[in-house]
Design a protein around this ligand. Structure first.
Ligand code: FMN
Length: 333
C-alpha cells in the first residue's frame, strides 16, 4: 500500500500511465541502428542510459539494505539515483556503497540550518546534485495511507534526521512547509556549490522561474500522483515545459514509466532523461539489489529493442516525428 497508492481517487496516478498510450510510434525502417547508443550525459556525468532512480522514502520498508541496495544496483547499471530526505540509510552510507551519480533530495522546510547541514553533508560525501522537491508543501491526501498509516518497524529510522525526528510522530519535516517561496530555494542553493535540480514542476511558468532561480535541471513530476489528484499527467505536461525552458536547463520527467517504449516516447517529446519510482520500488521489494538491477536491465533491453525497430540510433537525437497522437489515424508527407 505504501508504494502502490496515490492521492484522492488516484486518477492522476493512473493518467500518468495512460498518457503514454495516447501516443503511437511511426517507426522508420532500414536504418542502420547496429551501433545504437543508449548512453548520455546528465549534469555533466556520463550514464549508460537515460533512466535514473527517483528519490523515494523509506526503502528500509522494502529491503533490509534499503537505499544502500538501490545505490548498489544503480552503480552496477551505471545510472544515477536520487536519495530522499526520508531515507532509512544515511547520506554517507549510500555514498560509500555507490560510484554512480547521486542526487540528494531535500524538501524546503522551516529549518534552514538543518537544510544547510544536509546539503553540506551531501556535498562532502561527493553527491552530484541537490534535487529539491517543490511539489509537497503538505502531504497529499492519500486515502490508503490514511486508512493504513505507515509504521516503521524497530530499527528502521529516518536516518538523516536529528535524533528527535528519526521516528514518526512529529513528521512535519517529511514534506516541505506551506509558507516557503522561491527565496527559500535561493537560500538553500546559495549554501551549496552542488548543481540545483528542481523536482515537481508541471506549469511552464514555474519551469521558467526554476531556471531563473538557477536550476540546472528540472524534473517534470507530480510525485507519482501522490500529491494533487487531477494534476496533469507528466507526459502531457512535458512538451510545453521543454518549449518554455528552451534548452536553458536539462528537462527530465517521471511518472508512469513502466516500459522501455515509455522512455522512448518521453525522449521523443523532449525529455533529456526519465526517472523511475515505483518500478524500482517493486524490484527492491521483490529481490533487493538484484531486483532493482533486473528492473533496470529489463528497461534497458526494451529501450534498445524499441530503438532498433523504430530506427533510432542515439537517445540524444530522437526525432519528434517518431510519434503521432493516437487520435491521428492518417499521416501526411
Ligand atoms: C513510495 C513512494 C515514495 C516517494 N517518496 C518520495 C520522496 O521522498 N521524495 C520525492 O521527491 N519523491 C518521492 N516520491 C515520488 C518519486 O520520486 C517519483 O516522482 C514518482 O514515484 C514517479 O512516478 P512512478 O512511481 O510512476 O515512477 C515517492 C514515490 C513513491 C511511489
Amino acid at each position: 500500500m505504501y508504494v502502490a497508492g496515490g492521492a484522492g481517487d488516484e486518477r492522476t496516478m493512473r493518467e500518468n500511465i495512460e498518457a503514454f498510450a495516447r501516443w503511437r510510434f511511426l517507426p522508420r525502417v532500414l536504418v542502420d541502428t547496429s551501433a545504437r547508443d543508449l548512453s548520455t550525459t546528465i549534469l555533466g556525468r556520463r550514464v549508460t542510459m537515460p533512466i535514473g532512480i527517483a528519490p523515494f522514502a523509506l526503502q528500509g520498508l522494502l529491503d533490509p539494505d534499503g537505499e544502500v541496495a538501490t545505490a548498489r544496483a544503480a552503480t552496477a547499471a551505471g545510472v544515477f539515483m536520487g536519495l530522499s530526505m526520508g531515507s532509512n540509510r544515511t547520506i554517507e552510507d549510500v555514498a560509500e556503497a555507490a560510484t554512480c551519480p547521486l542526487w540528494f533530495q531535500p524538501y524546503v522546510t522551516e529549518d534552514h540550518a538543518l537544510m544547510r547541514d544536509l546539503a553540506a553533508r551531501a556535498e562532502a560525501a561527493g553527491y552530484a546534485a541537490l534535487c529539491v522537491t517543490v511539489d509537497s508543501p503538505v502531504s497529499g491526501r492519500r486515502d490508503g495511507a490514511m486508512r493504513e498509516p505507515v509504521e516503521l518497524p524497530e530499527g528502521v529510522v529516518w536516518a538523516n534526521m536529528p535524533a528527535d525526528l528519526q521516528r514518526p510522530g512529529r513528521g512535519k519535516w517529511l514534506t516541505g512547509g506551506d509558507r516557503y517561496g522561491w527565496t527559500d530555494l535561493d537560500r538553500l542553493s546559495a549554501a551549496t556549490s552542488l548543481p540545483l535540480v528542481v523536482k515537481g514542476i508541471l506549469a511552464p511558468a514555474d519551469a521558467i522561474l526554476a531556471v531563473e532561480h538557477g536550476a540546472r535541471a528540472i524534473v517534470v513530476s507530480n510525485h507519482g500522483g501522490r500529491q494533487l489528484d487531477d494534476s496533469i499527467a507528466t507526459l502531457d505536461a512535458l512538451p510545453a515545459i521543454v518549449a518554455a525552458v528552451a534548452g536553458q536547463a536539462e528537462v527530465l520527467m517521471d511518472g508512469g514509466i513502466r516500459r522501455g517504449i515509455d522512455v522512448l516516447k518521453a525522449l521523443a517529446l523532449g525529455a533529456h532523461a526519465v526517472l523511475i519510482g515505483r518500478a524500482a520500488a517493486w524490484g527492491l521489494a521483490a529481490a533487493g539489489q538484484a531486483g532493482v538491477e533486473r528492473v533496470l536491465e529489463m528497461l534497458r533491453i526494451e529501450l534498445s529493442v524499441a530503438m532498433a525497430i523504430a530506427g533510432v540510433t542515439d537517445v540524444e537525437r530522437v526525432d519528434p516525428g517518431l510519434l503521432v497522437a493516437h487520435e491521428v489515424i492518417s499521416t501526411s508527407a
